[in-house]
Ligand binder design. Structure first.
Ligand code: CP
Ligand code: NVA
Length: 302
């Protein structure tokens, strides 16, 4: 097989994803025990960030350092990408110098074009359409707290955005039921919803959607690039805030997740994100461990 990319969860089979997350759990334990493991010694990850980031940048950079390699941060402001060098040319050049490229950008097609011209694996670190790396961390977190996510009921509240699209892919890949509760006009892409088949459906009423759920997930109401829509969106999304009432409808042992950054009092009440059912800090930490497993999968012979 040629070079493998990770642009969406569907680039890996269910079996590969399950093995990757089992490996992430193992790498986390070994790291906590202080074991040195440097499978990527002298290897280099190029990281292109056309949007802001805290977790993604730090987790990939820390992962490469802990694995004995190095990461290079590139932004359009101080690279030729910002001066109009075609993405195809950048891909051809970078992939002759580094071992893997991570890209966070706006149009998903740009990440696809980059991958099509790259001789090394390309990882999608968020586009307007998908955020697959976050799903690795989310499913690992569920696994660690509650066991297999297979057969469980997950409710997505809020915007039918990039995170929602990756949850739709995850429902199929990890075999769980996804209820999508978005205000009218903010549903996910109908083709991605349809692609999830019987694993997903829209449930318009947020209380009904949360009923009996094992996991409640939300995200910001205005994603990066939608800042000017913030006020109009806030009005539409008001009934979709994750409140203690929503959590009370879910199973008593339901978990709450949010990819972060969060806005307390908007998409989630402070009592929920700072409450006992919230696992958002473990979820953020697991970006590091699951991406280490991803880098190992893509870069080490297996
Ligand atoms: N969740 C996430 O991707 O966070 P950053 O935008 O801080 O990378
Ligand atoms: N939907 C959010 C996720 C941030 C990690 C955004 O795209 O801004």
């Amino acid at each position: 097989m040629g070079v493998r990319h990770f642009l969406t969860l569907t680039d890996l089979t269910s079996a590969e994803l399950r093995a990757l997350l089992a490996r992430a759990v193992e790498l986390k334990v070994r790291h906590a025990a202080g074991q040195l493991y440097e499978p990527l010694k002298n290897r280099v990850l190029g990281m292109i960030f056309e949007k802001s980031s805290t977790r993604t940048r730090v987790s990939f950079e820390a992962a490469m350092t802990q694995f004995g390699g190095h990461a290079i941060f590139l932004s359009p402001r101080d690279s030729q990408l910002g001066r109009g060098e075609p993405v195809e040319d950048t891909a051809r050049v970078l992939s002759r110098m580094v071992d893997c490229v991570m890209i966070r950008t706006y149009e998903h097609e740009k990440a696809e074009r980059f991958a099509a011209h790259s001789g090394v694996p390309v990882i999608n670190a968020l586009t307007d359409r998908f955020h697959p790396c976050q799903l690795l961390a989310d499913v690992q977190t569920y696994l660690e707290h509650r066991g297999e996510i297979r057969g469980r009921t997950v409710v997505w509240l809020g915007d039918g955005n990039n995170m929602c699209h990756s949850y739709l892919h995850a429902a199929g890949r990890f075999d769980f039921e996804l209820r999508v509760a978005c205000p009218e006009g903010f549903d996910p892409d109908p083709r991605i919803l349809a692609g999830a088949g019987a694993h997903a459906r829209v449930v318009r009423d947020p209380l009904q959607a949360a009923s009996g759920a094992d996991l409640v997930v939300t995200d910001v109401w205005a994603s990066m690039g939608q800042e000017e829509e913030h006020l109009a969106r806030a009005r539409a999304f008001e009934p979709y805030r994750v409140t203690p009432e929503i959590m009370a409808r879910a199973k008593p042992d339901a978990l709450f997740m949010h990819c972060l950054p969060a806005h307390r009092g908007e998409e989630v009440a402070a009592e929920v994100i700072d409450g006992p059912q919230s696992v958002v800090w473990d979820e953020a930490e697991n970006r590091l461990h699951s991406q280490k497993a991803l880098l190992e999968f893509l870069l080490c012979a297996h």
